[in-house]
Design a protein around this ligand. Structure first.
Ligand code: ADP
Ligand code: MG
Length: 243
């Protein structure tokens, strides 16, 4: 299988605190990988390093065999291919819904306004938000904002979508809509790396589950292996909190 992302010996410190210890991690094309683990275990830092929101201080991150930390790498281009969806949505509040979905297309991909608009409508439809195309983005519910954020990311034709706890900031009744959209994307073969506390969702959607603990990948496997037959004591302990 083709690895889209290949991480070796990744290390990250914040001051004296080592947050990632020698993390090896890869993602295959079309794969859905979920990352679970306690708060503070380094999940967000790992995603943020993949997206270059944090610069690692050791190891390698390769995207399609190219080292993304190389000075020759076009980081703008990389960031338009490997996109992050945040817990807090990060919509542009001064832009309406469809403008949020168009701006990256016109500015980064240099698409015409007409083309960007057409693609934006298709993507909004895909997440069930086409009726809100001209709405003020600040007036949407959390679940609606997150679906727009996903549509905005899809407009860039991403190779990989990274999700950092996309439903953690949502009222419980909104969570299902967002997870359903993500499940559809998974079925369509989009490559995704998802940090989540939604264990049932992780069980259903993942090709592979990674359990992080104190800055290392403590265990990984299929959902069946991790949820039904975890090998490590710390994995069992973590999962027992969700039983
Ligand atoms: P998780 O997403 O698993 O909850 P994080 O990756 O956010 O974990 O954080 C891992 C550790 O790194 C935590 O101890 C956190 O306080 C620390 N940390 C994260 N970001 C920073 C930062 N920008 N500066 C200092 N410490 C940070
Ligand atoms: Mg986090």
């Amino acid at each position: 299988m083709e690895h889209i992302i290949d991480i070796e010996h990744l290390q990250k410190h914040f001051g004296d605190l080592q947050v990632l210890h020698d993390v090896d991690f890869n993602v295959e094309k079309g794969e859905v990988v979920t990352i679970i683990g306690s708060s503070g275990s380094g999940k967000s830092t790992l995603l943020r390093c993949i997206n270059l929101l944090e610069i690692p201080d050791g190891g390698e991150i390769k995207y399609k065999k190219q080292n993304i930390l190389d000075s020759s790498m076009d980081k703008g281009d990389y960031r338009s291919k490997v996109l992050m969806v945040f817990q807090s949505f990060n919509l542009f509040n001064n832009l309406n819904v469809i403008e949020n979905c168009m701006i990256g297309q016109t500015k980064v991909l240099k698409r015409s306004k007409d083309e960007a608009k057409k693609i934006a409508m298709e993507r909004l439809k895909q997440v069930g938000m086409e009726a809100f195309a001209n709405s003020d983005s600040t007036r949407l519910s959390g679940g609606q904002k997150q679906r727009v954020a996903i549509a905005r990311a899809l407009c860039m034709d991403p190779e990989v979508l990274l999700f950092d706890e996309p439903t953690s900031a949502l009222d419980p009744e909104m969570v299902g809509d967002v997870l359903e959209v993500m499940q559809q994307l998974a079925k369509q073969g989009l490559t995704m790396v998802i940090v989540t506390h939604e264990m049932q969702f992780a069980k259903e959607v993942s090709d592979r589950v990674i359990f992080m603990d104190r800055g290392v990948i403590a265990e990984q496997g299929t959902p069946e292996q991790i949820f039904n037959d975890p090998q490590q004591e710390r994995t069992k302990q973590f999962l027992s909190r969700f039983a």
